[in-house]
Every structure is written in structure tokens, then in C-alpha cells.
Design a binder for this molecule. Structure first.
Ligand code: HAM
Length: 437
């Protein structure tokens, strides 16, 4: 028997309906904010991620699933290095959505000079080669938004407000949601801050782990996220970014907070929130659910340099993504089911083989009227057809026996009250639609 790859899941039944429900909620809410849907390929050239997410990030260095065509695979193994491959031959499964959307925006000129911002959202599978555990998968699903071309701090605040409203609509108790925000500065102020953090780590080199010493060289801010409790303790004394923001970044951050206050969105400032992707500038944020034990259910931030890194003109951007699987787990921990109920269904039952054609026509007519309709395809007895109808949670059952067929009528049975009425066959669909309403 074949087995799924560790850290991947099959989506079906109520779990699939939950994923679709999340997309429906997103479509309605994000639509009201002016976002349109985009879908980019699940595989991109490796460089799209290296340029955007950053060469030194864990996501790029350790977690990206690389893709090589079968024809090149043997050569690659023999050579033992990908150095001989052309950039277009080096591909990866997308570990996140932002880099691909920004690549698409540049390639398709979605934000022409002087045009209004592009507001895009997506619902897609992402792939990260992480060690699978609760809420951490190798293939997972994100709903995300990218707002390209807006630099106004109101757009940062609106993104966050929309995110918190999204969680509310999915059924979270807002008092259990914790929003953490920070500003990471920009090209003006961050380099000097990064140097200060590097110097701090090197001053404490005897107390820090090997990974952090490596981080000091390539990406010192990542040391704030080190899982080693001792490094965590040491980093509590490190210089904080809030004290090192330039005037413009400080002003931007203050305005974002002012808008959030005005909208009544509560947040906690966390000056150690640095996020795991290199493209962020200024505002960053993450949301956790109290007691859920699944880590962040969503996060995002501003990335004013990313369009340029992907080969476009300087264009500001901001966005976020949430993880479907973590949200489902977090909601379950609050006793809330994300799935929508199964849609109402009608079952057409026939008493015997002679009524099969009448069942066929009635089923066809109901489906054409948009009614979710089921029937028997296995020659079951009437009793077991009723059982089947119950199992499918059919609200109404249409019964066709020899008398009904001879008289050109159908019996409609309410599965809850067992009340029965008879209607002419040519009025069946109309009657069912009005009863379902
Ligand atoms: P991220 O924080 O890496 O951000 O991922 C966003 C969300 O995806 C996380 O909060 C989590 O819910 C979910 N997630 C991440 N990794 C896994 C995993 N291995 N298993 C299950 N769920 C996971 C981004 O991906 C950015 N692209 C967000 C963004 C959009 N920033 C700006 N625009």
C-alpha cells in the first residue's frame, strides 16, 4: 500500500470543506478591501526565492524542496554539484507565496508606474522541508495577501485590521488572539543596528550556541529566534531595534500604532520580533492563539525592497499569510469547528428496477435546478435507500413507486418530520427548491 510523504496530508470530507470555507471567508472579506485573487506556479526558479527570502535564511538554506527534471537528475548526482545547471534549470517548490507573487507582479507589470496599487490574495499549498510535528508540515496551505505599491502607514494598519477581522469571522474568540507587532527599520537604520547586534553576540560568544555565532556573521537578527533557551536569555539583553529606528521609520511605526488604536485593535509591541524571511522592512506582525500550542497562526509585514530584489522598479509592498492547518488546530483547541455543514441534499429513492428510469429523470431535473441530489446506483432495497438517505443527511427524500410513476407524480418525504406530500412530476424541482428554501 502506498503511503503519503511524512508531513503531508490528504484533504477530504469536513477537513476539505473547512479549507474551502476559509477561502470563502477570505474571498468575501478581502474582496471588500479590494483584493483580487492570483495563482502563481507551485515551482519557481530557485533565484526567485534566494533573491527575495534571502540566501542566509533557514527557509532557503535548509527547507526548500529543490526540483530537478528527471533528465538532469542523473547528471546532477554524477556531478555532485548544481554549479553546471543554468538558473532556469534550478527550481524549487514554493516555501511561501510572497516572492512568487512579487516575481509575477514584476514579470507581468502588475504595478505600472503611476497606477493604483495591486491588491492580490491567494490560497495555495506551500512546501517546506521541516521536521514534521503538530502544526508543522512539509506541505501546508496558506491564505495570503500582497498589497503592492502602497507605502502609507494606513495600509499597514488596514492589513492588520483585515487579518484580525478574518480570524474573527473564522470563529476565533478575539480575547484569545494575541497580535505582536514591531518595526524592523529600513535600509537607512537597519545596517547600523545589525552591526550592533553582531557586536553584542560576539561580545557574548562564550555564552551563545554555534548556530548563533554563525548567525552573527550572516544574519545576526536571527539570533533573537534561537530555540536554545540560554541564547534566548542572553539575547534578552541585546540592543533593541526600537531604540535604533531612523526618524522616518519611527514616524511610520507611530502612525501604524495610532491607526490600530483608532480601530480598537489591541496589540503587544515585541521589539524582538524579527520574522524568518529577509525581505521585511519596517512593520512586522504575528498572531498567536492562547493555549493552542501551534505557534503563530499568521504573520506578515512590509517589504519595501522586494520588488527591486526581484528585478522590478522600487515599489513598496505589505502583506501577510495565515496557515490553514494551524488555524484548524487552534480553533479545535477552542472547541470551534472550522467546517461548514454539509450542504442540504435530496435523495431520490425508487421501489424497484421498473422505476429506475423515473429516478434517473427526477435526479437529472433536480440537479439542473441546482439541488444537490443523490440516488441509488447499487440496486439497494427501498429500506436501505432510506438508510443511505439518512447517512447522507438528506433533508428530503423523493419516493418513486409504481403508482407514482403510473400517475406521473412523486412523493416527497420530509426526513425530519416524516410528513409526506405528493406533487406532479413536472412540478417536482420547483416544489423541492421552495421547500429547501
Ligand atoms: P510565515 O510566517 O513563514 O510567513 O508563514 C505564515 C504562516 O504559515 C505561519 O504563521 C503559519 O501559520 C503557516 N506555516 C508556516 N510554515 C508552516 C509549516 N511548516 N506547517 C504549517 N503551517 C506553516 C510567510 O510565509 C510570508 N510569506 C507571509 C507574508 C506575506 N509576508 C508578507 N506577505
Amino acid at each position: 500500500m502506498g503511503q503519503k510523504v511524512q508531513g503531508t496530508e490528504d484533504l477530504y470530507g469536513s477537513y476539505m470543506r473547512a479549507w474551502q470555507h476559509m477561502q470563502d471567508v477570505a474571498r468575501e472579506l478581502f474582496g471588500a478591501y479590494g483584493f483580487d485573487m492570483i495563482e502563481t506556479p507551485a515551482i519557481e526558479q530557485v533565484d526567485t526565492f534566494v533573491h527575495g527570502i534571502g540566501e542566509s535564511t533557514d527557509v532557503v538554506r535548509k527547507e526548500m524542496f529543490r526540483v530537478v527534471s528527471g533528465a538532469l537528475f542523473g547528471d546532477l548526482l554524477e556531478a555532485g554539484t548544481e554549479a553546471g545547471l543554468k538558473p532556469r534549470q534550478r527550481m524549487a517548490m514554493r516555501p511561501e507565496g510572497t516572492a512568487g507573487v512579487v516575481r509575477a507582479a514584476v514579470e507581468n507589470n502588475l504595478v505600472p508606474q503611476g497606477a493604483a496599487p495591486a491588491k492580490l490574495w491567494y490560497a495555495e499549498a506551500m512546501f517546506r522541508g521541516e521536521r514534521p510535528q503538530k502544526g508543522r508540515l512539509r506541505q501546508f496551505h496558506q491564505v495570503g495577501v500582497e498589497w503592492l505599491g502602497a507605502s502609507d502607514p494606513a495600509s499597514d494598519a488596514e492589513c492588520i485590521i483585515m487579518l484580525m477581522e478574518f480570524f474573527k469571522r473564522l470563529g476565533f474568540d478575539p480575547s484569545k488572539l494575541h497580535l505582536y507587532i514591531n518595526s524592523m527599520g529600513d535600509g537607512e537604520c537597519r545596517p547600523a543596528y545589525r552591526d550592533k547586534v553582531r557586536a553584542f553576540i560576539l561580545d557574548h560568544r562564550d555564552e551563545m550556541c554555534e548556530d548563533c555565532l554563525e548567525r552573527a556573521e550572516i544574519n545576526p537578527l536571527r539570533a533573537f529566534d534561537c530555540k536554545n533557551p540560554h541564547c534566548h536569555e542572553v539575547m534578552a539583553g541585546a540592543p533593541l531595534v526600537n531604540d535604533h529606528l531612523c526618524g522616518d521609520c519611527a514616524e511610520h511605526y507611530a502612525a501604524v500604532k495610532r491607526y490600530l488604536d483608532e480601530a480598537g485593535v489591541s496589540y503587544t509591541e515585541d521589539p524582538t520580533l524579527v520574522r524568518g524571511l529577509d525581505y521585511y522592512t519596517r512593520t512586522v506582525f504575528e498572531v498567536e492563539v492562547e493555549g493552542a500550542g501551534v505557534g503563530a497562526i499568521g504573520g506578515g509585514g512590509r517589504y519595501d525592497g522586494l520588488m527591486e530584489l526581484e528585478g522590478g522598479k522600487p515599489t513598496p509592498g505589505i502583506g501577510f499569510a495565515v496557515g490553514f492547518e494551524r488555524i484548524a488546530l487552534a480553533l479545535a483547541s477552542q472547541g470551534v469547528e472550522l467546517a461548514t455543514p454539509e450542504p442540504a441534499c435530496v435523495y431520490v429513492a425508487g421501489t424497484g428496477a421498473e422505476e429506475r428510469d423515473a429516478v434517473f429523470s427526477a435526479t437529472l431535473a433536480l440537479r439542473q435546478a441546482g439541488v444537490r441530489t443523490e440516488a441509488d446506483y447499487q440496486g439497494r432495497s427501498l429500506k436501505s435507500q432510506f438508510k443511505q438517505a439518512d447517512k447522507l443527511h438528506a433533508t428530503l427524500c423523493v419516493v418513486l413507486g409504481p403508482d407514482e410513476v403510473a400517475a406521473g407524480i412523486a412523493t416527497i418525504r420530509d426526513m425530519d418530520t416524516h410528513e409526506q406530500v405528493q406533487v406532479p412530476m413536472d412540478k417536482l424541482a420547483e416544489e423541492i427548491v421552495s421547500r429547501l428554501r
